[in-house]
Design a protein around this ligand. Structure first.
Ligand SMILES: Cc1cc2nc3c(=O)[nH]c(=O)nc-3n(C[C@H](O)[C@H](O)[C@H](O)COP(=O)(O)O)c2cc1C
Ligand SMILES: Nc1ncnc2c1ncn2[C@@H]1O[C@H](COP(=O)(O)OP(=O)(O)OP(=O)(O)O)[C@@H](O)[C@H]1O
Ligand SMILES: [Mg+2]
Length: 508
């Protein structure tokens, strides 16, 4: 069997292990269910192409073990399901049909949505288990195991995911080692393929070209597999039906939102701050930095060094803020639970990150306890490492959560500058129109100023008008913050007009 032979002859130990585990899962499924009771969900994508060949090998080995085969090539009897949609890339469709012909697949083509298609299929066929090419890191993989029953509300069947633990690199190592055909789009810079409306080539594979047509390297050259979905466009920013190249590394282009408000949450992790033993410098400093680039910090909190406390706060903040910044609780100590809290908030596991481990090894050598470097365990499938030449270890970004390792103001200063440089003009930490501000002080009493100020807030809803005092007896400070300097000036003048001349003086 050529696939089994290619892997056995390969010197890639990691690939062999992944292959053996996947074959084991396939053989267990074939032992649990009869051949009529299993199906293979094939869509011409790279992951399902890997799975096709694993199933061919697994079925062959299963037959050999049962002594049903004398080693000659046998047909592939596993029923294959393809959900064909009108928004599929023609290259994917052609590849799926060609592959079906090459390997004699028995195809059920379904043209409805997944759920109703499966409901109808399971009524007419005795299917009890379906093989899928889902991998950890796919949005649909969260919470799945190698054998996972279908979700509530779906018809009952077992989802079998033999390549759940395969990385992007493993997928390409397999396809290239076995020298099997894959869809031509992957040679044109596509790294994960959805529909024609939400998929473009991955900008990270772009080759700068002098001609007007942008060129891309093949998918297997993507250096960081975690960015395989960078060619997927978010559902709310559809392509206009044209297959234009990706321009934004998968991050929403924020240039079009220059005028919109960006909000951040800041979370400190540290019992020592809550005990009052250590004064928190980083939280206030981050608020000032965010303010200086025109962002609004909508919430700052300090939580305990406890996984659930971190997870609850991250969960609360990640859906209401554009970005969440975390500091404290980063390292190998028992109290360093920030990564685990982030993983829990996103419902994913902590898993060793080879690339991050390499950085740590450069920094601290092999001085880690046990054979696992606990610091190199990061939230699986959602972590992006933010590299900068001035940082000995990259910063960690999990979706919209950024984990800072700074422990004092000067370290924060450095990490912040790197973040700003890294994200450039259209990254996730975009610098927007900064705030213009003015401050007035007055010796008027709170009672005298309260009502006119309330009215002023209604007249200037686009300004933040805040009041504070440094002592009960001292002057009242009134601050005006807004994006439009002329509105800030107008607000100041409107307030002064409401009182006698000289009632207010401007301060810095
Ligand atoms: C054979 C098959 C079985 C599926 N079973 C489930 C399921 O049990 N629960 C579920 O929420 N989604 C299920 N899905 C849907 C997928 O999780 C996912 O929504 C689908 O692949 C679309 O992904 P996309 O939006 O990235 O294209 C199934 C899909 C297929 C093809
Ligand atoms: N239209 C479809 N018809 C049949 N199976 C599908 C379809 N869409 C998804 N699947 C199943 O879900 C799995 C995961 O889909 P996903 O898009 O993540 O992977 P892929 O298409 O194989 O590769 P890629 O990540 O490059 O798009 C597929 O491998 C396949 O088993
Ligand atoms: Mg796909």
């Amino acid at each position: 069997m050529e696939i089994d032979k290619a892997i056995r002859e390969s010197e890639d130990k990691r690939l062999k292990t992944k292959y053996n585990n996947a074959i084991y899962v396939i053989k267990r499924a074939l032992a649990l269910y009869s051949i009529e009771e299993v199906a293979f969900s094939f869509n011409g994508g790279k992951d399902s192409t890997v799975l096709l060949h694993l199933l061919r090998a697994g079925y062959f080995l299963h037959r050999v073990e049962q002594s049903c085969s004398n080693g000659v090539q046998i047909d592939f009897p596993i029923r294959t399901i393809y959900f064909e949609s009108t928004s599929v890339f023609p290259e994917i469709n052609t590849f799926t049909y060609d592959t079906s012909k090459t390997y004699g697949l028995q195809m059920d083509i379904i043209r409805t949505d997944f759920k109703s298609g499966l409901e109808a299929l399971l009524k007419s066929k005795p299917i009890r288990a379906i093989f899928l090419g889902v991998r950890i890191g796919d949005p649909t993989a969260v919470g799945q195991e190698q054998f996972s029953p279908s979700s509530p509300g779906w018809p009952p069947f077992m989802r079998v995911n033999p390549i759940l633990d395969w990385s992007y690199r493993d997928v390409w190592a397999f396809l290239l080692t076995c020298k099997v055909q894959y869809c031509s789009l992957y040679d044109q810079g596509y790294t994960s393929i959805g529909s024609i409306y939400d998929t473009v080539p991955n900008a990270l594979l772009s080759i700068s070209s002098t001609s007007s047509k942008e060129k891309f390297k093949p998918a297997y050259l993507l250096p960081d597999g975690r960015l395989e979905r960078a060619g997927r466009v978010k559902k709310n920013s559809p392509l206009d039906g044209t297959r234009s190249p990706a321009v934004n590394n998968g991050l929403d282009s924020v240039n079009s939102h220059k005028n919109r408000m960006f909000t951040a949450s800041v979370i400190g992790v540290g019992d020592e701050i809550l005990f009052g033993t250590v004064e928190d410098q980083l939280g206030p400093s981050l608020c000032r930095k965010l303010h200086s680039i025109g962002w609004m910090t909508s919430r700052t909190t300090v939580v305990r060094n406890d996984i659930d406390s971190v997870a609850e706060e991250v969960d609360r903040c990640k859906s209401v803020s554009d970005l969440v910044f975390l500091y404290g609780g980063v390292g190998p100590l028992h109290s360093d639970v920030t990564s685990a809290g982030v993983a829990k908030a996103f419902g994913v596991r902590l898993a060793p990150d080879e690339e991050f481990e390499e950085f740590l090894r450069h920094l601290i050598g092999d001085h880690c306890t046990g054979d696992r470097n606990e610091m190199a365990q990061l939230p699986e499938g959602i972590t992006e490492l933010l590299h900068h030449e001035k940082l000995p270890v990259p910063l960690i970004k999990c979706c919209n959560v950024i984990v800072l390792s700074a422990t004092n103001a000067s370290e924060l200063e450095k990490q912040w500058d790197c973040l700003i440089e890294l994200t450039g003009s259209d990254g996730f930490l975009v610098t927007i129109e900064s705030y213009s501000s003015k401050r007035l002080t007055t010796n008027l009493t709170d009672v005298e100023t309260a009502q006119p100020l309330s009215k002023l807030c209604l007249e200037f809803p686009d300004l933040y008008i805040g009041c504070f005092r440094r002592s009960r007896q001292g002057p009242l400070v009134i601050s005006f913050e807004g994006k439009d300097p002329s509105r800030v000036q107008a607000g100041v003048e409107a307030l002064c007009k409401k009182f006698n001349a000289g009632a207010f003086s401007e301060v810095n």
